[in-house]
Design a protein around this ligand. Structure first.
Ligand SMILES: NC(=O)c1ccc[n+]([C@@H]2O[C@H](COP(=O)([O-])OP(=O)(O)OC[C@H]3O[C@@H](n4cnc5c(N)ncnc54)[C@H](O)[C@@H]3O)[C@@H](O)[C@H]2O)c1
Ligand SMILES: [Zn+2]
Ligand SMILES: [Zn+2]
Length: 408
């Protein structure tokens, strides 16, 4: 094997499918690779033939030029694949196994990994805690929107599906286990929601829709999803959510019309720092969702915040926003004794249980997020449509494995 087709970030608004090197069990120099990671040997790694890999809202932050991602960075952190080569130190996985890969890269050996905080592993990114494939500031691990990718610490990171045929049949749902399903679920769990809760989810993108489906799975009494994108709100209604159009003014008033009171038990921010202010034709205001959630969550409640906030945003609305410094009304949250949970979702905490929910058809995650299969070569068009707000979760199909695969 020599070449490997892969999706690379070029410049704001542009990605390209190009041929890169076939992966080896070594992290080589390249765009975004931290100098101390160059030459890192991964005898504990595997090479995957990528069977499904999704485009994420997190990728869009980079592709919109809202991060310091370098040109040429190979994208893709949502990876499901078949092992085609295993490193000499891999003990419990075999060639031919089909696995889901958490987007967080974790060593399994450090203090944080031992505490199951795999989103902030201390040993995989010399620059800061936490790493991911194909992501700015995340160590430089090569992304998986490609035909092939290397996955380090494979025994620890990979989730092996119990049956190959079943995995192939349910691949369109299982591909959501690498990120958005656990991420949405984590948002809901950290919002404290459970049986009988009323839940507000800000954002009807794939993560918000996954959070809404998760809240239903956990037995919420009412799930209300807010966005300003009509098509995405319709998608949320298609599986039984109530909706709020934040461009129509006060979210609390709209929640009161649904619930009879302007508060919910639990709230999830599935928007992040590119949040739009509420009301008609409102511009960007990065603290909008955080402040709104503190307003509409009951005293004693909690906010799950999977929505991404950055330390550097070249496109920020003002100087503060450019360093991730937001005007958050913490006094309000403090007065209501709110609990806030931020950060990368520790995917590994949830992926096995959610895999079982998919395999036993207890949840319909691919349908909820409107999973839409496209070819690897069509990634630039997929990125453009998703950027325009298409109510779809694009799944790239580098080897045709998703041909004819239906949602569960
Ligand atoms: N924490 C994690 O581990 C993790 C993992 C995956 C994604 N994320 C983040 O989650 C966020 C959502 O991801 P996605 O793929 O669904 O992205 P997306 O961009 O497709 O969805 C965001 C949605 O928020 C809507 N929106 C904007 N302002 C709003 C407001 N004030 N109220 C309600 N909705 C508003 C947009 O119209 C859009 O539909 C992103 O920030 C992404 O980076 C975090
Ligand atoms: Zn993602
Ligand atoms: Zn670790």
């Amino acid at each position: 094997m020599s070449g490997n087709r892969a999706v690379a970030y070029l410049k704001p608004g542009a990605v390209e499918v190009r041929t890169i090197d076939y992966p080896t069990l070594e992290l080589k120099d390249g765009p975004g690779v931290h100098p101390d990671n160059v030459g890192r040997m991964c005898r504990h790694g595997v090479i995957l033939k990528v069977l499904a890999t999704n485009i994420c809202g997190s990728d869009q932050h980079m592709v919109r030029g809202r991060t310091t991602a370098p040109a040429g960075l190979v994208l893709g952190h949502e990876i499901t694949g078949e092992i085609v080569e295993r490193g000499p130190d891999v003990e419990f996985l075999d060639v031919g196994d089909i696995v889901s890969v958490p987007f967080n890269i974790a060593c399994g050996r450090c203090r944080n990994c031992k505490e199951r905080k795999t989103g902030i592993c201390l040993n995989v990114n010399p620059a800061r805690p936490g790493a991911a494939y194909g992501y700015v500031d995340m160590g430089g691990w090569v992304g998986g929107q490609a035909e092939f990718v290397m996955v380090p610490y494979a025994d620890f990171n990979a989730l092996k599906f119990p049956d190959r045929d079943q995995a192939r049949e349910k691949l369109l749902d299982l591909t959501m286990l690498s990120d958005i399903f656990p991420t949405g679920f984590h948002g809901v769990v950290s919002s404290g929601a459970g049986v009988g809760s009323t839940v507000y989810v800000a954002g009807a993108g794939p993560v918000g829709l996954a959070a809404a489906a998760s809240a239903q799975l956990l037995g919420a009494a009412a799930v209300i999803v807010g966005d300003l994108n009509a098509e995405r709100l319709a998608q949320a209604r298609s599986f039984g959510c109530e909706t709020v159009d934040v461009s129509q003014g006060s979210v609390e008033d709209q929640i009161a019309q649904i619930l009879g009171e302007p508060e919910v038990d639990a709230a999830v921010d599935a928007v992040g720092f590119e949040a739009r202010a509420h009301g008609k034709d409102a511009g960007e205001a990065p603290a909008t969702v955080l402040n709104s959630l503190m307003g509409l969550t009951r005293a004693g409640g909690a906010l799950g915040i999977p929505g991404l906030y950055v330390t550097d945003d070249p496109g920020g609305v003002d100087q503060d926003a450019q360093t991730g410094t937001l005007k958050v009304r913490l006094g309000l949250g403090w007065a209501k004794s709110h609990t806030l949970t931020t950060g990368q979702c520790p995917v590994m905490k949830y992926h096995r249980g959610l895999m079982m929910a998919i395999l036993h058809e207890r949840v319909h995650i691919a349908k909820a997020v409107n999973a839409t299969v496209i070819g690897l070569e069509d990634a630039p068009a997929g990125y453009a449509d998703f950027d325009q707000g298409a109510s779809r979760k694009y799944v790239l199909n580098p080897h045709g494995a998703l041909e004819g695969v239906q949602p569960v």
